[in-house]
Design a protein around this ligand. Structure first.
Ligand code: MG
Length: 310
């Protein structure tokens, strides 16, 4: 009897030691703020027989990278989960790239481009069930002048809109759409020089996007054939179309057929150089930044592990 008891307590210790440690990094200001009830929901739906967990809330830009990098370097977690939007995922992923620690995603952003592409649902219970199942897949990441992006980066109109959107408080689709409708008629396309696959292209484009996933966010598909593990970036060059075509273009975007538009050219490459006429804002996973006139985009094949649905 005594022997059995001893065996059981060891067994319990053994299983406790086997529990994986999850680190939830929550951005409290992503999207519409629904992540602020997430902490209460975790014990209800996370499989606590497999996992133990701890949580940090970020309070400033860049903090999520420091937290995930620190945890990965110290071996403090087996999985790091970004609770937020594409910008938050970008920050957490920066600390995990080229490590074995997988990234989990609880989508709480505005556009949720990467989560949409990977099929990770908005519902907390379903998203936690995907983490419970822990199916890991390696994906490509990419850099613009050494700055990491996971989903999409770009110059031109979408970067201009991202900058305007970052200044307003309402993080909703309708606010984003409102900026697009207001600014589109008066936006003047810039001339870009693009060096790609040993060819130089000079183009006056509305925007040039570099797609690692296929998603702009809001389920708008910028490059329907883009895949996140082929070692290639889809360079999407879009020329300004007359306003009258806007409803058709919107349909093509939301029905995964924008590559059929005569205004769109898509070229796949592992390395691209783009020169813009001024040091304008570009966006990296939706966040506006200035990185100079010359932009060098490179793919880092299969450099990030992510937990995805089966
Ligand atoms: Mg690709």
């Amino acid at each position: 009897m005594l022997l059995n008891l001893k065996f059981d307590s060891k067994k319990i210790m053994y299983y406790t030691m086997l529990k994986k440690k999850i680190y939830f990094i929550i951005n409290p200001v992503s999207g519409q703020g629904r992540q602020n009830v997430f902490e209460k929901i975790i014990p209800e739906f996370l499989d606590l027989s497999k996992y133990e967990y701890y949580i940090s809330y970020t309070s400033e830009s860049g903090e999520a990278t420091k937290l995930s990098r620190n945890a990965a370097e110290k071996g403090d977690c087996d999985i790091a989960v970004a609770v937020g939007g594409d910008g938050s995922i970008n920050e957490v992923a920066k600390g995990l790239v080229n490590t074995n620690i997988p990234l989990g995603i609880i989508p709480c952003g505005t556009g949720n481009g990467l989560a949409n592409y990977l099929g990770i649902p908005f519902n907390f219970k379903k998203a936690l069930n995907i983490i419970n199942a822990a199916n890991v897949r390696s994906i490509d990441t990419a850099t613009v002048n050494e700055k990491l992006f996971i989903s999409i980066a770009g110059v031109g109109f979408d970067a201009f809109v991202a900058k305007k959107f970052s200044k307003i408080k309402t993080r909703e689709f309708w606010a984003y759409l409102n900026i697009v409708i207001r600014e589109y008629p008066r936006y003047k396309p810039e001339e870009y020089i693009i060096e790609i696959n040993n060819t130089i292209i000079k183009t006056k484009a509305l925007f040039v996007s570099f797609a690692n996933s296929n998603q702009f966010g809001f389920n708008a598909t910028i490059s329907p054939s883009a895949t996140i593990n082929d070692g290639l970036i889809d360079v999407c060059i879009f020329n300004k179309a007359p306003l009258i075509e806007a409803p058709v273009l919107a349909q093509l975007l939301f029905f995964r057929a924008i590559d059929k538009s005569r205004h769109m050219e898509i070229i796949k490459a592992s390395e691209v150089k783009l020169i813009q006429p001024h040091n304008d804002y570009i966006h990296i996973d939706g966040e506006p930044v200035k990185l100079g006139e010359e932009l060098n985009i490179k793919v880092k094949p299969l450099s990030l592990n992510v937990i995805v649905p089966f």
